[in-house]
Design a protein around this ligand. Structure first.
Ligand code: PHE
Length: 446
């Protein structure tokens, strides 16, 4: 049984801390840019509303109802075949795979905070050479910052739900929101803000591609932290007074608003310098630092704030990614939280260092399997296969397997009968089929 629980606000902060991550600030703007802006945003909003929130509520239900780690939670709620259904809870392995490369990116962000103090690149060419050198040559400083990031994350988790996870979210989340609002206010002073606004909110249907739907669904899972036992585990520690529907909607709204703000800020800066929207993954580490340089001293402040906010968003997410595995070991293997945190963190840190080395020129060949290196394999396998698979398993489990009377009785406290019917339809059919198609398509794209 869980000893410590989040307060109501604590849960919302921690769950949004999990949802708001590198996905919102780093990934969302560039995939929105690559997929034509407005149309993508529209498809994305639709996906969050109908698929994302539905799965989020289903995961919250599993955690809330059982107050157990994800594996035991599946076991408890399955009326029969418990030994098979418990594998639904092992999706925390996906979370751990994500953690191994996610912390590498947080390490780069730490380095960029330092860089923003001392030296911003004067051109995109210089910025590219700085980033590529860091990525492919600079093993020792990458490992150094990786270990610092990992230590902060593991220390937080080892402190437990209240004094670790809730506390760090109470500090970092409001700070992150303030920084982003500050950056948004600053962007408003530019003419290019209006171009950014219409780029993001004016759907140009000529740019509509079916791939955009695939990208939107994949990203909706990633950004809401669903499909990998994270929300199940956090919900297991929520106060029993929490309204699981309202909190799911608040988290999804906050997550979406923050992604949109990040998009507006980034595109304002980009368009102001006459750049195109589709700068790919290099946007944050290559294009933006060079553009910040143009602002002189203000640019350093902008860059520092921007990279700190990204690092904060990353840390609160990483903490949530580590928690499900730790909780599983702690509850089922009879070792305390500190020990289980350090056991899991050390294993993932070692795996992470291999992923880190796989980007460097000295080890790339050794650590590349087929078409991708280990870093890219983890990223690809988790978002294209494991995450959607986790979402489908959860949806089928809640939609068909768990006691439907208990489910309905609980949820009807928080939603009307007609909303419940829409939700159940989404969980039973829209998610398994919709997400199933996405998965098949994505696998075909290897
Ligand atoms: N949701 C986080 C983001 O957008 C990432 C994440 C993935 C968090 C998986 C938890 C689990 O960056």
């Amino acid at each position: 049984m869980i000893k410590e629980r989040f307060t109501r606000v604590g849960f919302i902060l921690a769950a949004s801390g999990s949802a708001v991550g590198l996905g919102n600030i780093w990934k969302f703007p560039y995939i929105a840019g690559d997929n034509g802006g407005g149309v993508f945003v529209l498809v994305y909003l639709f996906t969050i509303a109908f698929i994302g929130i539905s799965v989020f509520i289903a995961e919250s239900y599993i955690g809330y109802k059982t107050s157990q780690n994800s594996v035991s939670a599946f076991e408890t709620l399955a009326p029969e075949n418990k030994n098979i259904w418990k594998f639904g809870g092992f999706t925390f392995v996906t979370a751990l795979a994500i953690l191994s490369f996610y912390v590498i990116v947080i390490g780069w962000l730490f380095q960029y905070v330092v860089l923003s103090f001392i030296h911003l690149p004067a051109s995109v060419a210089e910025a590219e050479s700085i980033f590529m050198t860091l990525l492919t040559q600079d093993i020792s400083s990458q490992i150094f910052y990786f270990i610092i990031a990992f230590a902060i994350i593991a220390y937080t988790v080892s402190k437990g739900v209240k004094s670790g996870i809730e506390r760090i979210n109470k500090i970092l989340m409001p700070t992150l929101i303030l920084i982003l609002l500050g950056l948004l206010a600053y962007s408003l002073s530019f003419q290019s803000f209006f171009d950014a606004f219409s780029f993001m909110f004016y759907p140009n249907f000529e740019k509509f591609h079916t791939e955009s739907i695939l990208v939107a669904v994949g990203h909706a899972f990633f950004t809401l932290s669903i499909g990998m036992a994270v929300i199940i585990t956090y919900s297991a520690s929520m106060s029993q007074k929490t309204d699981i529907v309202k909190s799911s909607v608040i988290v999804a709204l906050l997550d979406t608003v923050i992604a949109l703000i990040a998009g507006l800020v980034i595109f304002t800066i980009l368009f102001n310098a006459g750049y195109e929207s589709s700068q790919g993954a290099g946007l944050v580490f290559i294009t933006l630092p060079a553009l910040f340089y143009e602002f002189g001293f203000v640019g350093n402040i902008l860059a520092i704030s921007f990279f700190i906010s990204l690092a904060f968003a990353g840390i609160t997410s990483a903490v949530s990614i580590l928690e499900p595995g730790v909780r599983y070991i702690e509850e089922t293997k009879n070792i305390n939280r500190k020990q289980s945190t350090y056991v899991i963190s050390s294993i993932i840190a070692i795996v992470g260092i291999f992923a880190l080395l796989s980007n460097t020129s000295s080890y790339a060949e050794l650590l590349t399997i087929g078409s991708k290196n280990i870093f890219d394999w983890f990223d690809y396998l988790s978002s294209a296969i494991l995450l959607p698979l986790g979402g489908i398993i959860t949806a089928i489990f809640v939609g068909f397997i768990v006691d439907q009377n208990q489910l309905k009785t609980l949820l009807l406290n928080y939603m009307s009968n007609s909303v419940y019917k829409v939700w159940l339809f989404s969980i039973r059919y829209l998610v398994p089929f919709g997400v199933g198609i996405v998965m098949i398509e994505k696998i075909g794209l290897i």
